[in-house]
Design a protein around this ligand. Structure first.
Ligand code: SAM
Length: 239
């Protein structure tokens, strides 16, 4: 269970109304029952139900069961698309071990408003679901231009471009060799449904430590591209 509260030896943790409903009505836990807690910072803790009520309760931490497991340092930069698919990208990025998730507005991004708080909640639920102890931060949307203006070139930028040519365009396996040249710290950039503009492509190609990668001969939807690029990067240089 994810809680927005410090965890530690004998630490009391208040139970929110939503969690009270889940723990005490759905799961039917009584006083003394055990719950696994994480907050994205202090690892995983075993806790006991010390008090329960209709609208809340108290859990008390008893022992740490796992240390915080930081994922390899790879960020996912992606242009938001339709809401359901954007939610999917954030959920899968958290499952696949992205260390940070950054929505970027590109020239051809035409999604509606992006709710950072909702996306952060999706990342938290995904981490909870897959047993992670770390929740990747989700940034407020930023323009690609502004992001590149302040980019630190010591972070490798893997630019997934359906227009990529050369050996890496042959297959995802060839793409792996490109990804091997982009060890952590790294970031993967995925474009919107309309792809990147010529000006964006030219700017990215002119930057230092940018690795243009093809994910194969087929044009993938942006959500598929995000999942496959992260998977391939983790296989090549992540964990
Ligand atoms: N509208 C564009 C077109 O038809 O050329 C396709 C854009 S694609 C749906 C969205 C994004 O997914 C791209 O900007 C790119 O980042 C990524 N992508 C899709 N297929 C890819 C591939 N085969 N190799 C590399 N990146 C790919």
């Amino acid at each position: 269970l994810f809680v927005d509260h410090p965890l530690g030896e004998a630490q009391s943790v208040p139970v929110s109304r939503d969690h009270a409903n889940y723990l005490f009505n759905v799961m039917r836990l009584g006083v003394g029952a055990e719950v696994a807690l994480f907050n994205g910072v202090d690892g995983e803790w075993r806790a006991e139900v010390a008090a329960k009520g209709k609208r809340g309760g108290v859990l008390v931490c008893t022992e740490q069961t796992a240390a915080l497991q930081m994922p390899p340092d790879v960020w996912l930069l992606f242009a938001p698309i339709k809401k359901a698919r954007t939610d999917f990208i954030v959920e899968k990025a958290a499952e696949l071990g992205a260390a940070r998730i950054c929505p970027v507005r590109t020239a051809r991004t035409n999604s509606e408003r992006v709710r950072q708080d909702k996306l952060q909640a999706h990342a938290m639920e995904a981490a909870e679901q897959c047993g992670g102890t770390f929740v990747p931060p989700v940034d407020e949307i930023v323009s690609l231009e502004a992001l590149l203006d302040r980019w630190d070139a010591s972070r490798a930028l893997v630019f997934a471009d359906e227009a990529a040519v050369g050996p890496s365009s042959l297959s995802p396996l060839a793409g792996r060799t490109v990804l091997a040249a982009a060890p952590p710290p790294a970031a993967i950039l995925i474009g919107p449904e309309g792809g990147f503009s010529d000006a964006e492509r030219a700017r990215l190609h002119a930057m230092q430590n940018v690795h243009v990668v093809s994910l194969g001969p087929r044009i993938l939807r942006a959500d598929t591209a995000a999942v496959s690029a992260l998977t391939l990067w983790q296989a090549a240089v992540g964990d």
